[in-house]
Design a binder for this molecule. Structure first.
Ligand code: PR8
Length: 468
């Protein structure tokens, strides 16, 4: 187990994010702390999607014949599908699949919903659990067999331009989502051999975990008319003709939480961005026998005031050593700690500790400006976490001039290699075989230079990396 894997497993357990002891491989239990982070992450995404998507909820089970209808799609998933074969003791006439994703659950319904060009575009999303019998090594939140927070969007358009624009829009939405979580990413167009089964093309977000491996944290697929033809999804044009629709779909998973934990955390534990922290502020009263009641009363009032302003705040008045409390809240990643003792109350001061920098400060307790002061610190914590994460991400993107170079970087350094590529599939596969890692995809057009492998004119700047 790498140092990072060990850290990651330990922190999931110690911070009570998820319990990995559930007796099915790749399926885990969300514990209260983890569930709260999950909830806040979801509400951030819902806020973004609700602007122009409608939330829906489709059944978990997909009939075998529907799943099998789209040949390329089913081929891509056939080794990963869990099947239900019995209802009680009775064998089912038709096997039922646990959704590995919901195209084949949703798209048989779309012909019933889509009528006229005036109905389009339609944009739906759902947040569900999906099941994939992953054969690669499973890891909590990163490669699971039950994805418990599958956020999938599906859109329908009259023309290919509409679908193309929706792909761009989805990239914007996901970028904004990751930006608010301070997660750095690169967006690439996946190579042909690595696109979503059934898609015309796939755009993917990758981030970098501290062990130097990239993690695909989101994908946006342009489905063209492939599924429309299979499921006969048509609309009536203004001229009264029937045409097939164009579709896109995009999704995120539990990996978002894995990135929040893995990217921001340090040896003392989690460092949560305020936007998803279960508690954004924790108040620790400094208690001495004589003044205990007075300090507690003050802290309770303070807690109410902060709570009323809409911040998530906790007063830790347990009868424990302060050091033990500090350790615990640092490990759990609470962004801001306030320590308040009798002298502070007297002098109108408070002690603040920022989890991102671990800087302790004695600041003025400004009764009237308190909420504003706290919000400023929380905003600065979010900004700083994001900045640090991006700095580290960018430092770990290395350009390579030759194949040798690329291989050396992958072997001796961490991170992502950028290189010039002709874009040819056979050439790409040769590169992957030589370097022994995956090409993530291409992220910009090349204006000059030669392909790192075949020497032909380069068409793209491409990226490769060790991946999860
Ligand atoms: C779709 N259909 O399904 P996608 N554990 C954790 N996260 C995972 C796993 C896993 N085993 N497998 C994939 N992911 C499309 C789009 C509806 C929505 C994550 O796309 O198969 C990856 O981050 O690419 C991936 O980007 C995302 O789920 C969507 O899965």
């Amino acid at each position: 187990m790498s140092k990072f894997s060990e850290w990651f497993h330990n922190i999931l357990e110690e911070a009570e994010i998820i319990d990995t002891r559930y007796p099915i491989k790749g399926m885990h239990v969300w514990q209260p702390q983890g569930f709260k982070i999950r909830k806040h992450t979801l509400s951030l995404l819902r806020e973004l999607l609700d602007e122009d998507h409608d939330e829906v909820l489709f059944p978990l089970l997909i009939p075998e014949d529907e799943l099998a209808k789209e040949a390329i799609h089913v081929k891509g998933f056939e080794e990963e599908v869990y099947w239900i074969t019995h209802g009680g003791l009775t064998p089912l006439n038709k096997k039922l699949a646990l959704r590995p994703t919901s195209e084949t659950a949703m798209y048989p319904m779309f012909p019933l919903w889509v009528r006229s060009h005036t109905d389009l575009p339609m944009r739906f999303y759902q947040v569900v659990n999906t099941f994939r019998y992953e054969t690669k090594h499973t890891r909590p939140l990163i490669r699971v067999r039950e994805i418990t927070t599958f956020k999938e969007a599906h859109t329908i358009h009259t023309d290919s331009e509409g679908a193309r624009q929706q792909v761009e829009r989805a990239i914007e939405i996901y970028s904004s989502f990751f930006d608010q979580l301070g997660i750095p990413y690169v967006v690439t167009r996946r190579p042909e051999w690595d696109k979503f089964p059934g898609a015309d093309y796939t755009m993917a977000f990758d981030t970098l975990l501290p062990d130097g491996k990239t993690l695909q944290i989101g994908t946006v697929h342009n489905l063209g008319q492939t599924f429309a033809r299979t499921f006969d999804i048509t609309y009536e044009t203004a001229e009264g003709e029937h045409e097939y629709v164009y579709q896109t779909c995009y999704g995120l998973s539990d990996r978002v939480i894995a990135s929040i934990i893995g990217i921001h955390g340090d040896s003392s534990g989690l460092k949560l961005p305020p936007i998803v922290a279960p508690y954004q502020v924790v108040i620790i009263p400094v208690l001495f026998k004589k003044t205990a009641q007075e300090v507690l009363d003050f802290c309770k009032q303070l807690q109410n005031k902060i709570k009323k302003a809409g911040l998530r705040v906790h007063l830790d008045d347990r009868d424990l050593r302060a050091g033990k409390k500090y350790y615990e809240w640092e490990m759990r990643g609470v962004p801001l700690r306030l320590e308040i003792g009798p002298r502070d109350i007297e002098n109108k001061k408070m002690v603040t500790l920022r989890r991102d920098t671990m800087e302790k400060e004695i600041v003025d307790y400004r009764e009237d400006a308190l909420i504003n002061d706290l919000n400023m610190i929380l905003d600065d914590i979010a900004r700083n976490l994001k900045e640090k994460a991006w700095e580290n991400f960018q430092e770990n993107i290395h350009p390579a001039k030759t194949l040798e170079d690329a291989k050396n970087i992958i072997t001796n350094e961490k991170g992502i290699v950028s290189f010039s590529w002709c874009g040819d599939e056979a050439c790409g596969i040769e590169i992957e075989e030589y370097v022994t890692v995956d090409i993530l995809g291409v992220n910009e057009e090349a204006t000059e230079g030669k392909c790192i492998n075949c020497g032909k004119n380069a068409q793209h700047v491409a990226l490769l990396a060790k991946t999860y």
